[in-house]
Design a protein around this ligand. Sequence first.
Ligand code: AR6
Length: 205
Amino acid sequence: NAIPTLRQLYKKGVIPVGSSTSRTSVQNTLLDRISLWQGDVTKLDADAIVNAANGSLLGGGGVDGAIHRAAGPELLKECRTLRGCETGDAKITKGYRLPAKHVIHTVGPIYAKSQDDECARLLASCYDKCLQLAVGLDLATIAFPSISMGVYGYPPKDGAKITLSTIRNYLELNPGKLSQVILVVFSSKMMDVYLAQISEIFPPD
Ligand code: AR6
């Protein structure tokens, strides 16, 4: 597995250590259970990859378009049976022609500065619901793109903070579950945003 864990990224010096101002230490094993990777989520053979979908679940642009293209028309067929999804919720399908076994479709909030608190709550809910679905089916590995941080306009720094803290909380409360959570970033700019937040939310031990 060529996807580095947070511990490996610290060892290689990829995550800036010195900048951390966080005083909360992280559970040791979390650094081994979370990975960060720049690339196309449709290439990953995880038990589940997450789709940043819209409420119709009938496809769209961005990562949603890429997932539907790579999975083939059978995915859309199954999605039609789901009858949509609420913002902040998630639904699971098979992966069809993807290397991943399942797709977990979640609908992130469309960011509005005037509703920042509600958007934050909904974005956290997306990650929670996806993790709950994966654990409910006893899946071991799940890969997340940056939900809402594309077309839906969520500010990357705030979005990355919510992503990391929600995943941290979930894994801390569910120690035996999910051996690998992969955070997938598409651009090197987003990679830098995540790296900076990781040193705060997952400080090195
Ligand atoms: N692999 C990983 N990440 C990707 C990929 C990929 N193949 N393609 C894009 N990203 P977005 P949203 C990144 O816009 O903001 C769709 O039309 C991208 O750079 O895909 O939740 C849906 O149907 C960004 O960082 O999702 C909805 O209508 C992140 O994935 C709407 O867009 C999310 O960007 C959802 O918008």
